[in-house]
Design a protein around this ligand. Structure first.
Ligand code: UD1
Length: 423
């Protein structure tokens, strides 16, 4: 895998945010629910999106991805019901095609998914939910086989934890099943609202996204539509934190600021200046910011996908901070790497206790997952000297044009493809 080499830089200026990866992926899975043409706009050019498009093509769909405009056109029937391991192992969100293929074709099979190495990520809520919706689901030699069954008229699925993926998977499938389905303790992330909009534009009858109770009145069939996906709140938060952690100031454009209230609250506690506009945010750091405590929680709480980045920011704050991770309780691979850069922090159960230091020092660190890698790049900009982030391809799963965007902000950054083989 390749590396990114970063030198100390102050990030400042303006950056434009792309469409949301975490909207694009479940939406691309949901388009399997019609043979008619779906046209999607603002789809980011990311390796995870390319993987999902490969999955759709493997299933037999016609997909045209106009990368320069971010437009994806999908049409045609599903021809194959098995999703091969080479595609599924790359990305956990691929599991969300299981239900839509089974509902359209009667059955579907897929190996257990892969994805970012951020702790144990089971799919039991998806499977239990599909069973409640009448599916027959079996597990055999690493493969999950789902067969469409008869759903009772009205069903309530209670999720033990507000899982984003399970909420999206079950609401997509229930859209075309008879009777009503209620998802209780549903995840409330903005991307679920975006999926609800798409499905309703396709002819579904779904309400409640953004609350913990989603009501789906099943319809017979869905049809084609045109849809523009929402901006990526995690990409926006990453650039905001990058600018602040390097002592810069700037404007981040194409942001739904109401999707990031927990981030603004944390930054304001730390002493950053945050000015929210119509579709943008203007931020400015103080010379020295204060430590603060953060509880990482499902939306509207502080997002787990910004936890590694905010830890970098807090590693350079005055005083002590505690960051408690309640979504992926072992998502701390970046902590050891930051300590190697001179940060003072330790892990106690699912909390990181951070004592702010004056400066970080550049060295070679390893990217372990998408967001941890983004955090290490930010740490590299804030650190003295040069930082090499290895295993860096993770970052291309979730950040469109990342090298260009950081460069435009004044970041000294270059990508070295391939790099030295790992020993
Ligand atoms: C989605 C996001 C990911 C984000 C995560 C949490 C996409 C494509 N990915 O991932 O970027 O970090 O939400 O905001 O949208 N769980 C189970 N059983 C299940 C499903 C989940 O125990 O069947 C647990 C997980 O292990 C985790 C928690 O529930 O502890 C939340 O996971 P979930 O919300 O499902 O995350 P994803 O949908 O995979």
């Amino acid at each position: 895998m390749g590396s990114i080499i970063v030198e100390k830089s102050v990030l400042q200026g303006e950056v434009e945010i792309s469409g949301a990866k975490n909207s694009a992926l479940p939406i691309l899975a949901a388009v399997l629910l019609t043979d008619e043409e779906i046209v999607l706009h603002k789809i980011p050019v990311l390796s995870d999106v390319e993987t999902m498009i490969d999955i759709l093509r493997t299933a037999g769909k016609n997909v045209v991805f106009e990368r320069d405009t971010g437009t994806v056109k999908v049409s045609g029937p599903i021809l194959h019901t098995h999703v091969p391991y080479e595609l599924v192992r790359k990305m956990r969100a691929s599991f969300n095609v299981l239900g839509p293929i089974a509902v359209m074709m009667g059955e579907s099979s897929t190996p257990l998914p892969g994805g970012c190495a951020i702790g144990v990520r089971p799919v039991d809520f998806h499977i239990e939910g599909l069973k409640k919706l009448g599916f027959d689901v079996n597990y055999d030699h690493g493969e999950i086989l789902a067969r469409r069954g008869n759903k009772s008229e009205d069903v309530t699925v209670y999720l033990p934890f507000p899982s984003v993926g399970a909420t999206e998977h079950l609401m997509s499938v229930a859209a075309v099943l008879p009777g009503t389905t209620v998802i209780e303790n549903a995840a409330m992330e903005p991307e679920i609202g975006d999926l609800q909009s798409l499905l309703n534009e396709m002819g579904a009858d779904i309400s409640g996204a953004g609350t913990s109770r989603i009501l789906i009145k099943g319809v017979k069939r869905l049809h084609g539509c045109e849809h523009t996906i929402i901006p990526d709140r995690i990409e926006a938060g990453t650039y905001v934190i990058g600018i602040l952690a390097t002592g810069g100031e700037g404007i981040v454009r194409n942001v739904r600021t109401d999707h990031l209230d927990a981030l603004w609250a944390a930054l304001e506690k730390a002493g950053a200046v945050v000015k929210k506009g119509e579709n943008f945010v203007e931020i400015k750091s103080w010379n020295k910011w204060r430590g603060c405590d953060i509880d990482v929680l499902p939306y509207p709480g502080f997002p787990t996908d910004l936890q590694p980045q905010i830890i970098v920011y807090l590693s350079l704050a005055q005083g002590t901070s505690m960051v408690t991770e309640n979504v992926f309780k072992t998502r701390f691979a970046h902590v050891g790497e930051l300590v190697r850069m001179g940060a003072n922090m330790k892990i106690k159960e699912n909390t990181v206790i951070i004592n702010g230091v004056e400066k970080l020092q550049g060295t070679t660190v390893m990217g372990t997952d998408l967001r941890a890698t983004a955090a290490l790049v930010i740490a590299g900009f804030a650190a003295e000297g040069e930082t090499e982030v290895t295993q860096v391809e993770h970052i291309f799963r979730g950040y469109e044009n990342v090298i260009e965007k950081f460069s435009k902000l004044g970041g000294k950054i270059r990508y070295v493809p391939g790099g030295v083989p790992e020993i």
